[in-house]
Write a protein that binds this ligand. Sequence first.
Ligand SMILES: C[S@@+](CC[C@H](N)C(=O)[O-])C[C@H]1O[C@@H](n2cnc3c(N)ncnc32)[C@H](O)[C@@H]1O
Length: 233
Amino acid sequence: MNLNNKYNDIKINIGCGQIAADGWFNLDKSPNALLAKHKIIRKIIKKLSIVPASVFEANYRSDIKIVDVHKRGLPVPDNSTSWIYCSHVIGHMSRDQALNLANECLRALKPGGRLRIVTPNLRDVAVSWLEKIDAYLKKNRDYFLKYDEPDIGIGDCFVKSINLNLYNRANLSRIQRLFDYPLQHYYDLDSLTLLLKIAGFSDVKESCFRITSMPDIEYLEKNAESLYVEAIK
Ligand SMILES: C[S@@+](CC[C@H](N)C(=O)[O-])C[C@H]1O[C@@H](n2cnc3c(N)ncnc32)[C@H](O)[C@@H]1O
């Protein structure tokens, strides 16, 4: 985006991934965003096959601003934006990191500005787990285990379903880990509301898929099965 007027009510899309929107300040730390700016290096890495081929299926725009919000925060002044969108990002952070990010959002928002957070809903994960347990109890262990691994037990299956980080990253190389952003933390409405209140937001409400006054929501919001929360400064 044109940054000459960049702080004149900029709209910020944190961890935009492949959903970078026109007219937004799209931020992401992914090496994919960096490679989108350096097509030749991208080709070389692809040829060397040092990262999974699936990495190259991702289509990141070359105008994404490369920022690791843990290291740099939001690269905008205080009270400079009315809109911050953050979809499927805070779950990929520790809770402390998410709290720091929420503090940053509060700093960057103008009074009355809106932060919209979308993240997987722990409640949905738990409900789907209980459905599985029901299936197990009503049918038999074989029926249950066809969904999961036979050698880790039912309790561990739940841990696995909520703790992808622990189970999935053990055999990734260092380079592969750069392209990988595992889920680290699940929220339900209460825990996300509490986090935002601790950060200093007083007006926090649950929202629904694409129900918001936020501009461009039909483009930005693709995932209909999540937890949607809005906080106003
Ligand atoms: C699951 S994707 C979500 C992408 C998009 N927002 C969506 O809803 O489809 C998570 C994105 O957050 C980015 N991300 C994770 N941690 C970040 C950080 N500390 N700073 C900037 N971007 C981050 C990742 O690089 C990745 O592109």
